[in-house]
Write a protein that binds this ligand. Structure first.
Ligand SMILES: [Zn+2]
Length: 279
């Protein structure tokens, strides 16, 4: 096998890989990729090192272009945002939770955090394993941490993904889930929104919730709603530019607000999160 192909971090956890065709976890490595010893199905590893387990996957390099022209900002630049997030940082989660085993970034897109195996239905640059998130190619109780950052709203049958996360997590393993609450529709494939009680209900029976709050707060929600409305209403390009800059000036104090965690603040926030520990 090519050296590039061997760099895929999933190859260090080969006994945790599940054949989604026959549920075996015994593998042969050959020049093309991994072959299930039980049913003979080949899971190719491409020359760029990505392993393919899904029958169908997104070929485009950028998730944004998959949106097929759906754009509330009509080609104008996107609103300015500030780097101010509530709750845990994904890049610190492994260390802070003491994770030494497998950590998966589910629906990783263009994101790449140290120590995570990136799984996605698209061939985006940092992705290691191309998979249907409703059929995760990992055996039961093999994973210590799953993160999913603004992904579930793009999957119509998200309960199936939630079931898969529960299945692959070890008892005591963690699931960090961030989803939109008061958020504009932002993609051609954008199906769902959650409230804090709705999100807690998803976790309640199967996880102990150890943390919950807002990721992107009220400022994000307000700024993007007003900017989208301006782009929608104002047809004159110069007027639009002036209006947007005025709004950016007026809205500045919103960015100075302290991020809070209570339910009222969450109710007005753009995205909310839950960190749960599998019971
Ligand atoms: Zn098989």
């Amino acid at each position: 096998m090519l050296v590039e192909k061997m760099k895929n971090p999933i190859l260090s956890h080969i006994s945790s890989l599940l054949c989604i065709k026959c549920s075996s976890n015994e593998w042969k490595v050959d020049a093309e990729g991994l072959v299930c010893k039980s049913c003979g199905h080949l899971y190719p590893i491409m020359d760029n090192g990505k392993m393919v387990t899904a029958d169908y996957f997104i070929q485009e390099q950028n998730w944004e272009t998959v949106s097929d022209g759906f754009d509330l900002f009509k080609g104008n630049e996107k609103p300015i945002t500030v780097d101010k997030l509530g709750g845990p940082r994904i890049k610190d989660l492994r260390k802070n939770l003491g994770i030494t085993g497998i950590a998966i970034n589910l629906g990783s897109g263009q994101d790449n955090y140290d120590g995570f195996i990136n799984m996605d239905l698209g061939v985006y640059n940092p992705v290691h394993v191309i998979a249907d998130l409703k059929k995760i190619p990992l055996i039961d109780s093999s994973v210590e941490l799953v993160v999913s950052n603004s992904v579930l709203e793009h999957i119509y049958d998200y309960n199936a993904v939630f079931d898969e996360v529960f299945r692959i997590l070890k008892k005591g393993g963690y699931f960090y889930l961030c989803v939109p609450n008061a958020c504009l529709r932002h993609h051609k494939y954008d199906y769902h929104r959650w409230t804090t009680p709705g999100l807690h209900k998803l976790f309640d029976a199967r996880f102990e919730i150890t943390d919950s709050g807002a990721c992107r707060g009220i400022a994000y929600a307000l700024i993007i709603y007003v900017e989208a409305l301006l782009a929608y209403k104002i047809k004159n390009k110069n007027m639009l530019t002036i209006s947007r800059w005025l709004w950016r000036l007026i809205s500045r104090p919103l960015f100075w607000m302290r991020e809070e965690t209570n339910e009222e603040y969450q109710a007005m926030s753009q995205t909310i999160y839950v960190l749960g520990k599998k019971l």
